[in-house]
Design a binder for this molecule. Structure first.
Ligand code: 2HA
Ligand code: ZN
Length: 301
């Protein structure tokens, strides 16, 4: 998009006279703003990290600090992330402030050649460090990079209210949770045919939630965090945001339908055969374990 005005810096986009003219930075900032518009990021809630492509690092490099920050131990070693660069939201920073002052609310970090330390090379000009969930993101980037042959680059966590509400109502297991979401709107099973994992309640930012999420991200690209929010990954911002958005919208419909029906078993829903038909028509393979899951106590679907 040559010749457009960047709404963050007021400069000409594509001019490359500052880092905000770099497309990946603009898209990152835009995604933070999109999440804020959805109401998913109260205060400092939520976080976003992106594993940069070498050509994006090269575009940003002229704007890196003359003296990078100190190397900081991540507390986890990920061999397959050594020498990578990530864009990250800042710990304690509000996503609603990212588009106002990206330089004070986000950063670019470089990973060392052992895959166990980071240093800030751009951003957080008034001090700070990457998101409190950085160890969780880092560990999950390592898993998603491996299982997708390098395709996944985005990890996004948001406080999606209807997903959180449903965790108080549905069994905290992948099968019943996914089935409810698949059956909430016709095209959901096309967007997340593999289903969503569910992590029980855990302390945020700690090693336990990082490990539990990693185990699920071996097979799912989305994990619900009970009473907390949603954690997704994807190859690009649109896909990751779209996944978050679709799951949250499904949870919203489910919450409204269940409430409208007085919390009783829904009288009719998208059937398992309907799901199979959609899978066939759209050429997607639905997770068989979830599709064939039967539970007589399953009052929702
Ligand atoms: O960044 O959302 O889970 C604040 C959080 C932690
Ligand atoms: Zn959170």
């Amino acid at each position: 998009m040559e010749g457009t005005i960047c709404r963050f810096c007021g400069g000409m986009r594509g001019n490359m006279n500052n880092i905000f003219g770099v497309r990946i930075i603009e898209e990152y900032v835009h995604m933070c703003h999109d999440g804020v518009r959805q109401g998913w990021h109260e205060r400092n809630g939520g976080n976003l990290t992106y594993r940069m492509r070498p050509e994006e690092v090269a575009e940003c490099r002229p704007y890196f600090k003359e003296t990078p920050g100190e190397w900081v131990d991540i507390g986890i070693r990920a061999e397959n992330l050594k020498n990578e660069f990530f864009i990250s939201t800042g710990s304690g920073k509000f996503l609603q402030n990212v588009d106002l002052e990206p330089q004070n609310n986000i950063c670019v970090v470089e990973i060392d050649d052992a895959g166990e330390k980071y240093r800030i090379v751009w951003g957080l000009e008034r001090g700070g460090r990457p998101t409190s969930e950085f160890p969780t993101h880092f560990m999950n980037h390592s898993v998603r990079k491996r299982v997708t042959d390098g395709a996944n680059r985005v990890i996004y966590h948001a406080h999606t209210p209807y997903v959180i509400a449903l965790t108080y109502v549905l069994p905290l297991r992948a099968e019943p949770f996914t089935r409810m979401l698949w059956k909430s709107a016709t095209e959901c099973c096309v967007v997340f045919p593999g289903g969503v994992g569910v992590v029980p309640w855990m302390v945020p930012g700690g090693p336990d939630i990082a490990k539990a999420t990693c185990m699920l991200m071996e097979q799912y690209d989305a994990a619900v965090w009970a009473y907390h929010g949603l954690f997704v990954s994807g190859p690009d911002f649109d896909t990751a945001f779209g996944l978050m958005h679709t799951i949250e919208k499904a949870a919203q419909i489910a919450s409204i339908a269940l409430a409208a029906n007085g919390g009783r078993r829904l009288p009719h829903v998208i059937t398992d055969d309907n799901l199979r038909q959609i899978g066939k028509e759209f050429g997607v393979t639905l997770n068989e374990t979830i599709l064939n899951y039967k539970d007589d106590d399953e009052m929702y679907c």
